[in-house]
Design a protein around this ligand. Sequence first.
Ligand code: PGA
Length: 243
Amino acid sequence: MPELIVVPEPDEAGELVASKVVALVQNNPGSVLGVATGTTPLVVYRALRRHFEAGVDFSKVRAFALDEYVGLPAGHPESYASVIDREVRQGLGIPAAQVHVPDGDPAGLDNAGQRFEDAIAQAGGVDLQLLGIGATGHIGFNEPGSSLTSLTHVETLAEQTRIDNSRFFDTLADVPHLAVTQGVGTIMRARELVLLAFGQAKAQIVARALEGPISEDVPASALQMHPHLTVVLDEGAASQLKR
Ligand code: PGA
């Protein structure tokens, strides 16, 4: 059973998870963090920035992103390389060479997954992986039907995910159709996982992921099998849990 924590406000979740990350980094300055994009983890990054400003040293941390869109031009502000740089790396003083994002360049897709797996392996694996959950039940960009054992690969985004993420783009047509994502199997190899979700709109998928059958229909349901999972929810996101 995962450790389940329900907090009144997302900011509190941010503080709590940031404290966990800080403890990890203080114990091992070269810790390997798995970082997620989307709106949900921003409260964690904001809290971490406050720790950085208070003197915590993140300069030896290595960070690995979950995923990247295929085909956005280098430097596109909504590419996950840009988002992680802006929201995580710069605010924590992590050298750019220590931050890895899958390569979404269409020219290198054949081996983008393998290159990313190699980089994670070379770093010694991920110590703590932050995760959000999509309305489809995706973790990373592993959409319904994805294998629960896959490694980093190219995935076709669900239409719902493109619609959900269109808020970051001018039009829906601008949202890429493909992404390179850590597989569920990659995510499950991290030594510790922290899943965050906020708001009533996530309640149903959170309940299916945590209390429903483990199935490729809900890729996040694989998390039930992880030996070291912490789930941090607000009351809205927790509202359909039965246990
Ligand atoms: P969100 O995205 O944090 O923006 O809701 C979560 C996800 O798609 O994994």
